[in-house]
Ligand binder design. Structure first.
Ligand code: ADP
Ligand code: MG
Length: 495
């Protein structure tokens, strides 16, 4: 009698839920064992499992086992192709991801069972019935080996308890279900791939929320802004950076008469994924404006402080007449400001725009002027100034991204300024502005110092000496110099 043939007695239900239903399972098992596989019982009398005494208690499992066979064949074919393609080449291509049976594609079911007994099997039962080293228990006729069908079957059923929690296995122990090794391996394989699949799905889901870039709390904040009428609509994302996400919005009506909401707004959401901000500590930690508060803060509050810092710095710049976004409102880690650009299109960064040589020169002098104003009038150093944070709009340069800006007396303030100067000089010199000062000249022009060192190393050493002097002053007098005393006013350059 062929085990693969359709049983002529009853039609067998094959949904897993049905199989796991206790009553039905018992009935079916008995029925099948008697009808379809009488020879199994005969073979099982031998001490070892052989290829023939396969538990085929349900069509579903049979189908799964068959599928496994196909998958193994498929993988073997892949492996052959992999070998053919790679040959002796040092650089090889892996087809690993296309395999159906990933982690263990052993050919023999015996191997698989042994593999389950290793301590690395995550599905290992807590207290497996141990079989001594010699491989059997008992004496004479009562010998029980580790391959004993009943022992093994019960063990396998118990092991199912260790499948991932979302994998419904039913009460196999209660109904004394004995799973054969092959069926168990097939089920385990299934549980594994299900787990992997759901992990992949989950990953995707998280990725898409990361893309939307705002967590529920932030979304609520934004929603409230629209709901209050302050913003008309939030149209979409302008930029996703490491530390912030910027949205565009159309402005609405202000609750108070004296405030006018710009027709177009930029919403800068400082990312609350804390680790991104770790490396920015040095800017704020030493900024005396925030010093007293820093030590008492948790990381979430520090992020709010970035937003707050950007607001204060923008306000200072606005008061000095430097072209920059105008602050509309700050709510926690969300800063709303005027949008630089038009019709939802942000103004291009200086690095992305091609300027005529005339405009380039104009832009250079404007930047030089702004740096001086920033230093003298706002008492600030941008600290991240480059063609990435300057926008070209309305025929002039606008400064943005000032959350990290510090006062010149910040312990590293002058170093930051020197870095800014280097970026600016290089950009305009490469851009063909013959008049552009080199970084050292620019530093002196902005700060009003007259450092004479003619090479970068000495120049930087002098900068650090100045910073140290300032720090010593703090040590001795308990507070910072309000400003560095410079050798007279810095010259104001103009076209
Ligand atoms: P990050 O710290 O992520 O660099 P930025 O303040 O530089 O943050 O903003 C990122 C990008 O968002 C900018 O390069 C610019 O394109 C856009 N952006 C930021 N603020 C504005 C604004 N007020 N108007 C128009 N675009 C803006
Ligand atoms: Mg930026």
């Amino acid at each position: 009698q062929c085990p693969w043939g359709a049983p002529n007695t009853t039609s067998i239900s094959c949904s897993l839920a049905d199989v796991m239903s206790e009553q039905l399972a018992k009935e079916l098992q008995l029925e099948e064992e008697n009808a379809a596989f009488p020879e199994v019982v005969a073979v099982a009398e031998g001490p070892f499992i052989t290829g023939e005494n396969v538990d085929t208690s349900s069509d579903l499992m049979l189908a799964q086992m068959l599928q496994m066979e196909f998958d193994r064949e498929y993988d073997a074919q892949l492996r052959r192709e992999e070998k053919k393609i790679n040959g002796d080449s040092k650089v090889s291509i892996s087809f690993e991801n296309y395999r159906k049976v990933h982690p263990y594609d052993s050919d023999s079911s015996e191997d698989e069972v042994d593999w389950q007994d290793t301590r690395h099997d995550p599905y290992r039962a807590d207290k497996p019935t141990t079989t001594p080293r010699k491989g059997f228990i008992g004496k004479g006729k009562d010998i029980t080996t580790k391959h004993d069908e009943v022992v093994c079957g019960r063990k396998n059923t118990a092991r199912m308890e260790n499948f991932a929690p979302e994998f419904q296995v039913g009460d196999g122990i209660g109904m004394d279900l004995k799973l054969s090794n092959q069926v168990f391996n097939a089920l385990k394989q299934h549980a594994y791939s299900e787990e992997r699949r759901s992990a992949r799905l989950h990953e995707k889901k998280e990725h898409s929320t990361a893309e939307k870039a705002v967590d529920p709390k932030t979304r609520l904040l934004l929603y409230k802004m629209v709901n209050s009428g302050m913003l008309e609509t939030i149209t979409g994302c302008v930029s996703t950076g490491k530390e912030s996400v910027v949205f565009h919005a159309y402005g609405g009506k202000s609750a108070t008469e004296d405030k006018v909401i710009p027709p177009e707004c930029a919403i800068k959401v400082f990312k609350t994924t804390l680790n991104e901000f770790k490396n920015r500590d040095k800017y704020i930690k030493d900024d005396y404006r925030f010093k007293d508060r820093f030590s008492k803060l948790n990381p979430r509050k520090i992020i709010r402080m970035w937003a707050e810092k950007e607001m204060h710095n923008l306000t200072r710049m606005q008061n000095a007449g430097i072209p920059c976004p105008q602050v509309v409102i700050l709510k926690k880690h969300v800063l709303v400001m005027s949008f630089i650009g038009q019709d939802q299109v942000p103004a291009p960064k200086l690095k992305d725009v091609t300027l005529s040589s005339e405009d380039m020169k104009k832009a250079y002098y404007q930047v030089l002027n702004m740096m001086q104003q920033l230093y003298k009038e706002c008492n600030l150093v941008h600290a991240d100034l480059s063609e990435y944070n300057m926008l070209w709009h309305d025929g002039k340069v606008w400064l943005i991204d000032v959350s990290q800006s510090v006062e010149p007396t910040h312990p590293h303030g002058l170093e930051f300024l020197f870095r800014d100067c280097r970026n600016v000089s290089q950009f305009f010199q490469k851009g063909g502005v013959a008049e552009a000062l080199n970084e050292r000249e620019l530093f002196n022009a902005v700060s009003g110092f007259s450092i004479t060192a003619d090479n970068e190393v000495d120049f930087q050493a002098e900068i650090e000496a100045l910073e140290k002097m300032n720090e010593d002053h703090v040590q001795n007098h308990g507070k910072k110099l309000s400003m560095f005393s410079s050798d007279g006013d810095p010259p104001i350059y103009d076209e």
